[in-house]
Design a protein around this ligand. Structure first.
Ligand code: FAD
Length: 511
């Protein structure tokens, strides 16, 4: 043994305990690594919870890396062992189904790289003619990227609704929001990646160099390597945002107008918003966005129709001319309820960071750190009306799930890159994101059972949906999820993480 420190002995004892034989393992843990490996109950507890607060898997140890080499050493140690242990990079653990956990393995607390970066975690380069970009550590938060780039009058182009997520975490999924229909998901706005593979090799990859790794990692659920740096596309930032909510009493008008707004060929394409999403308003939905004086009128509309659908759009601007775009955009819409258009004018930062305001409120009420049985699915456009009838009306409304936060908005397949690991529905040009974003302190199973019923409704009705940020119980379900991408996905796994060390919490290869 390289050291006889208590941590090393404990760590190795745990390896022995985890192995199927009682053979002593000849693992030599270098002292510089053991200093950063924590096995105390506090560290273990923190690494075994996530935002979902449903799955709780205990790792043996947590690595707080003080350099990228620490992570490489940890991977090498596992890779070269005859009893490899699993390793999960943990961004902020904002996953909801244990995806950043490592049962009896080691969790890497990526945020501790911040001190190693010493302020160099976000570096901005480029110029007007060739374009701007930021080189960002995989552990960095999108909110910090926004603040750093805004200080230079720049901004990433594609976002998630919430910004306290890490670069490595969202790029392992896709990273979607209201900008995705125009700019593509975050994974399509990456120029270069540094990746530490499951064989402990550092690789810099792009769409031209080491392409298999590049495309595998983007949307790759952490299966092929740990992202230690991503080069993110930037554009000049606007200063202000017109933020609108437009209410509809029927689904058909709502979805028709959403599709008009995202159309790249229709008459309104010149006034396309910079951001487009949609939501359901039901009897228990919060009405904070709207002026108090309008609450009564909105509540009456909800009472009349059961579900009111809202289109949320935003246009960015830095001069008053942009007001015209909002007026023209509204003219292109056919079916909203007259008198039910609500507008706010906020800074670009306030708009992008809007969910953080909700977080502050929920934290104060003790409603943030509670179970989140979330379900996010992509539904092909041709079946979205059936989904409205079957899921929104017959399940949500009939069973009185009227406090649920439900997002629904269309995306364009042309903005996704088929070569990347992220999965979207086959064939159709337009598909809808539907997110059931529930939280429940004491009864998450009820919501989870309802979600299962929604999935079953889709299966029974032949709706070819795909889950996003999802979890699947068996390998067969994962194979079905990846569909035609499965062969490539598993070949890349065999090439870059042949011992199946990385991100075991996804339960794809470690079921
Ligand atoms: P983690 O949960 O820590 O990790 C996610 C997965 O990636 C794990 O498998 C982990 O092992 C792996 N991983 C983490 N870091 C790395 C790395 N550096 N390299 C390789 N693999 C890594 N998503 C959207 O797309 N759009 C949204 O609008 C959106 N809104 C959200 C709002 C809230 C309030 C929350 C809590 C989540 C939201 N998400 C959204 C989901 C979010 O994208 C996922 O939780 C995602 O996993 C990022 O979270 P994280 O950075 O904490 O990653």
């Amino acid at each position: 043994m390289a050291t006889s420190s208590p941590i090393t002995i404990y760590f190795i004892a745990l390896f022995v305990a985890s192995s199927i034989t009682s053979t002593m393992l000849a693992i030599s843990v270098p002292p510089e690594l053991t200093d950063n490996l924590h096995t105390d109950s506090g560290a273990i507890k923190l690494a075994s919870i996530d935002y979902g607060r449903i799955i709780k898997e205990k790792p043996f140890a947590v690595l707080y890396p003080s350099s990228l080499d620490d992570i490489r050493t940890l991977i090498n140690l596992s890779y070269s062992s005859s009893f490899p242990y699993t390793i999960a990079a943990k961004g902020q653990a904002h996953s909801t189904w244990g995806q950043a956990q490592a049962n009896k393995g080691v969790v890497v607390q990526m945020s501790s790289l911040n001190s190693f970066r010493n302020g160099t975690g976000i570096l901005i380069s480029g110029d007007r003619s060739s374009g701007f970009y930021a080189d960002v550590g995989g552990e960095q938060l999108w909110i910090d990227v926004l603040n750093a780039t805004l200080a230079r009058g720049l901004s990433p182009v594609s976002w998630t609704d919430y910004l306290y997520l890490t670069i490595g975490g969202t790029l392992s999924n896709a990273g979607i929001s209201g900008q995705t229909y125009r700019k593509g998901p975050q994974i399509t706005n990456v120029l270069e990646l540094d990746v530490l593979t499951g064989k402990g090799e550092f690789v810099t990859c792009t769409s031209q160099k080491d392409t298999e790794l590049f495309y595998a990692v983007l949307g790759g659920l952490g299966q092929f390597g740990i992202i230690t740096r991503a080069r993110i596309v930037l554009e000049p930032a606007k200063e202000r945002v017109k933020w609108l909510r437009i209410l509809y009493s029927d689904f058909s008008s709502f979805s028709t107008d959403q599709e008009t707004l995202i159309s790249t060929t229709g008459p309104s394409h010149k006034v396309m918003p910079d951001y487009l999403e949609g939501q359901l308003l039901m009897s228990q939905s919060p009405l904070d966005f709207y002026p108090q004086s309008q609450h009564q009128k909105i509540t009456s509309l909800i009472n009349q129709y059961g579900i009111v659908y809202l289109i949320e759009v935003a246009t960015y601007y830095d001069n008053k001319n942009e007001d015209k775009r909002v007026k023209q955009m509204l003219k292109s819409l056919k079916g909203f309820v007259h008198g039910f258009v609500f507008e706010k004018d906020v800074t670009y930062l306030e708009f992008l960071n809007r969910v953080h305001d909700e977080e502050i409120v929920l934290r104060k009420k003790g409603l943030w750190d509670i179970p989140h049985p979330w379900l996010n699915i992509f539904i092909p456009r041709s079946r979205i009306t059936d989904f409205d009838n079957g899921a929104f009306r017959n399940i949500l409304l009939k069973r009185n799930f009227t406090s649920s936060t439900v997002l629904v908005y269309p995306l364009l397949r042309s903005k996704w890159d088929e070569r990347m690991s992220a999965v979207i529905p086959d064939e159709e040009d337009v598909f809808y994101v539907v997110g059931f974003l529930d939280a429940s302190a004491d009864d998450w199973e009820t919501f989870d059972n309802r979600n299962k019923d929604i999935l079953q409704f889709c299966v029974n009705g032949g709706i070819k949906f795909k889950q996003y940020l999802g979890h699947h119980a068996t390998k067969e379900e994962w194979i079905n999820h990846f569909g035609s991408k499965w062969n490539t996905f598993q070949q890349s796994k065999a090439r870059f993480d042949p011992k199946m060390i990385l991100s075991p919490g996804q339960r794809i290869f470690n079921n």
